[in-house]
Design a protein around this ligand. Structure first.
Ligand SMILES: [Zn+2]
Ligand SMILES: [Zn+2]
Length: 132
């Protein structure tokens, strides 16, 4: 069986996901934009019984922003990591994966809240690494 692995920037926290996940949910709501400081959040929705911490489960700080919206960051490096859970699922920040997912974004949420800059201009430049 496929096992996906992920971790925070400093490596204090790490997790595993059993089996394949069918794509990413990209949320553009105002909460996700503020909390990420970017264009939103990219999330994997993982059934609870397929997710487990392998390191640093307790090494996080959870911010309960609203009753239905929490975010947990690593205590050391601040990386947002899987936090928000409901009865069935864990919501995993896709950027913390350490291996290819094998599928892309399948769903965009709160598109009406999207920042006006959240798009490529016709003359957007792309570099494989940083520009020099
Ligand atoms: Zn960390
Ligand atoms: Zn959102």
């Amino acid at each position: 069986m496929t096992v996906l692995t992920g971790s925070c920037l400093c490596g204090a926290r790490a997790y595993e996901i059993d089996g394949e996940i069918d794509g990413v949910w990209a949320c553009h709501c105002s909460l996700c934009r503020k909390v990420s400081g970017s264009n939103g959040n990219a999330i994997l929705i993982v059934p609870k019984d397929r997710f487990r911490w392998v390191r640093g489960e307790d090494h996080g700080v959870t911010f309960a922003l609203r009753e239905t919206y929490t975010i947990t960051r690593c205590k050391t490096c601040g990386t947002p990591l899987p936090a928000e859970t409901d009865a069935r699922n864990v919501y995993v920040t896709a950027g913390t994966l350490d291996a290819p997912l094998g599928s892309g974004v399948r769903t965009h949420l709160f598109c009406a809240s999207r920042a006006d800059w959240d798009r490529d201009e016709p003359d957007t430049r792309f570099f494989d690494e940083r520009s020099s």
